[in-house]
Design a protein around this ligand. Sequence first.
Ligand code: DC
Length: 227
Amino acid sequence: MEHHSIAIDGPSGAGKSTLAKQLAERLGYLYVDTGAIYRTVALKAQRLGVDLNREEQVTALLSEIKVRMDYESDGLQHMYLDGEDVTQAIRVHAVSQWTSLVAALPPVRAFLLEYQRQLAREHSVVMDGRDIGTVVLPQADVKIFLTASAEIRARRRLLELEQRGQQADYETILHDVKQRDLQDSSRAIAPLRQAEDAVLLDTSELDLEGSLHAMEKIVKEKLGHEN
Ligand code: DC
């Protein structure tokens, strides 16, 4: 059976995961949050105190790590690290910053590349990340580059944290957003970049429903009568 793939790339906080997940639900495709996979690898490196400058330590970690992704009845993509559910643990602030560094390492990217491609061979997917349209699935049927201004992304993040009852400060968040953008787009391997054939969607002025509608329109235009 032929599978379709939809690649959603963009900087952190552009709304990728929320939108990609809802789009996948509407299409009946598997949603793959690749950031969560990178975060899981980073959590293990952090717990083991791996020195990211020592390639042999990174390679050793990759040879023993067991990463698994599963979908539970709560509709969430749960991540398992060596059998432990780390879905919550990978979301803490320190892990976000650390993941950006771990994701820049060539052995880590090579290790996860095949894992991600395998998922797309076995399912129709909506996959979100940074290099899905450029590196992981260059033949994706639809590619969307989702972005919003750094200020808007920081505001959304602030709101999200406040809703969860967490203390947060706008200036700190904005600084973090910009720092991660820089790290993710200036790394040598698979940097955050819009694929030439990706459709750019700026959600700065759109709410969730408006963004989803715009994405569905793009998908419909690309996949035509098939959906
Ligand atoms: O989407 P996110 O915030 O969960 O991603 C966490 C980090 O992982 C982010 O710094 C970029 C990196 N990442 C990546 O390099 N490639 C991907 N396909 C997905 C995430």
